[in-house]
Design a protein around this ligand. Structure first.
Ligand SMILES: [Zn+2]
Length: 166
C-alpha cells in the first residue's frame, strides 16, 4: 500500500486521503527538510504544491507529486491519476482524518457513549474508533457529501485519463 507525506499547504487533501483509507503523514509544522527525510526514511510519496520542494525531491530521486489544480475534487482526481490511486468512499477502510490512526469498528454502544451525541448513538449501529487519538466516527449524513465529492473526483479522473490516452 502506498504511503504519503503531504506539505503544509495541503492539509485538506491530507484529510481526504485519510478518509479514503490512505496512510498520510501531515503536520502544519513540517519544514522541507523534515518532509524530505520522512519521505526517504518512511518510504512515503511526497504530495506538494511547492515547485521548489518538488524539485528537491526529484533531485534526491524521491517519488513526488506536484499538485497543480484547485478545488477538492480536482485535487483528488489529480493525485489519483498521478499516483494511480483508487478513489474510494468506504468508512470501513477509512483512517482517522485528524491523526492518521487506524480505526477499529465497534457496535458496542457502551464503548463510545461518552464521545457520541445521544441522537447519533440512537440512529447508528456501527461506530469507528481511532486507535490512536480515540476520536469516534459514524456514517452520518456528511458521508453523502463525502461520496458526492469522491464520485465527482472519479469522473474528473476518468476524463483526465481519456485525454491522456488520446
Ligand atoms: Zn485519530
Amino acid at each position: 500500500m502506498k504511503k504519503f507525506i503531504v506539505d503544509t499547504m495541503l492539509g485538506d487533501l491530507a484529510r481526504w486521503l485519510r478518509i479514503m483509507g490512505y496512510d498520510v503523514a501531515y503536520s502544519k509544522g513540517y519544514g522541507d527538510q523534515e518532509i524530505l527525510e520522512s519521505a526517504s526514511l518512511g518510504n512515503r510519496i511526497i504530495i506538494t504544491r511547492d515547485r521548489r520542494l518538488y524539485g528537491k525531491a526529484k533531485k534526491r530521486s524521491l517519488e513526488a507529486i506536484l499538485v497543480e489544480s484547485i478545488g477538492t475534487a480536482e485535487r483528488l482526481a489529480e493525485v489519483a491519476v498521478k499516483a494511480r490511486l483508487e478513489l474510494r468512499a468506504d468508512p470501513f477502510l477509512s483512517r482517522c482524518p485528524e491523526c492518521n490512526g487506524e480505526l477499529s469498528v465497534t457496535e458496542e454502544k457502551e464503548k463510545v457513549r461518552d464521545k457520541v451525541p445521544p441522537q447519533a448513538l440512537r440512529a447508528y449501529k456501527t461506530f469507528y474508533v481511532c486507535t490512536r487519538c480515540g476520536n469516534v466516527y459514524w456514517e452520518g449524513s456528511h458521508w453523502e457529501n463525502i461520496r458526492k465529492t469522491i464520485d465527482l473526483a472519479r469522473s474528473i479522473a476518468a476524463s483526465h485519463q481519456r485525454k491522456a490516452e488520446k
